[in-house]
Design a protein around this ligand. Sequence first.
Ligand SMILES: [Zn+2]
Length: 192
Amino acid sequence: MARRDRNSGVRGATWCRCEWPACGRIWSRPPTTGPVPAFCSDACKQACWRHRSGLRQRFAADLRAFDQVRAARRRWWREVGARRAERQAHWRAKEARWRRQEQRWAREDAEWRAWQQQFNARRTPPGRTSIPRARERVFELAGLDDDTTLSLRTAWRAAAQRHHPDRGGTTAAMQELVDLKELLDTQTDWRA
Ligand SMILES: [Zn+2]
């Protein structure tokens, strides 16, 4: 409410400062003591009330429409938020699934690598990794000379017969022969 607070020209006289803006009353003496009343008279109060109720009636439809728009807008934002939360939950679940899958892959990878290592360790016993040395060893165990007249297969069979546990051989020697066979199987021609 705009308040006219200017001097009317007469010394000591002021415009009325009540809440009804169209009140044109002039006070010859400004009120000096006590609380200032909201309205200087019932007429001012009633005029103000009439004015406000008229405004309410005039703009009731507009206010209702505005309320509806506001409600629709809030509803829309709520739906947007719900959709966003749903999407976030969806992606979180997906990411968790991916993480679990990656962990599983890593675990399987590690298992596979360990298995490979073990396998390679079994295939190529330490100190006997080279193929020529393995061939040499087979002939050594057979007690034969590698003079290119005998094939590796023959030499291995002779060695196996010689070191077979049933014929007085040792398990260690037989195991060594088996390991050598595994190694030689990978990259030699037995007929040579
Ligand atoms: Zn007044």
